[in-house]
Write a protein that binds this ligand. Sequence first.
Ligand code: IMP
Ligand code: MG
Length: 178
Amino acid sequence: MTQKPYVIDELISAKAIAARVEALAKEIAEFYADTEKLTVVGLLRGSFVFIADLVRELDLPVEVDFLEVSSYGNATESSREVRVLKDLRGEIEGRDVLLVEDIVDTGYTLRHVLEFLGTRHPKRLEVCALLDKPSRREVDVKARWIGFEIPDKFVVGYGIDFAQRNRNLPHIGAVRFL
Ligand code: IMP
Ligand code: MG
């Protein structure tokens, strides 16, 4: 299948992202100030750039782990189930955990992942999402920390893809079809 031609309009500059990541890291470090160790869990693949920048600004004892889930296709549209494709390598029972997500859209992915991680009984489990599209929400989930609220646009860059493309864009842009 060939992709329809499109252009990318800059929505959030690399500079604005860097400033926001620094501010988020400060808030997160304050919240977990008394932690022995914080396990930062990146949800693959969209969060890989964000988590790399975020942990380097985090002045805490940190461990990094990754979880990959399938995004639901049209076949499972009614249940919006997600499957775990790659589980964590480490234990999180009794640990402080920060889940790092790229975008909260309908909220189904975040809800399933929080349920999944919750069964392992972490001590504190919080979420930091780079982007939030509140107008798209279908289930009631919230990230404690959000980088930017954005309108209902399809975005790419800074780790986020459109059909696996544009993850390497340093800023965040909105896809516009020609
Ligand atoms: P949700 O389950 O509907 O909240 O979907 C969240 C996931 O859908 C995100 O983690 C992204 O992987 C993907 N997603 C949602 N909106 C966009 C977008 O604008 N661009 C790229 N991926 C998106
Ligand atoms: Mg994702």
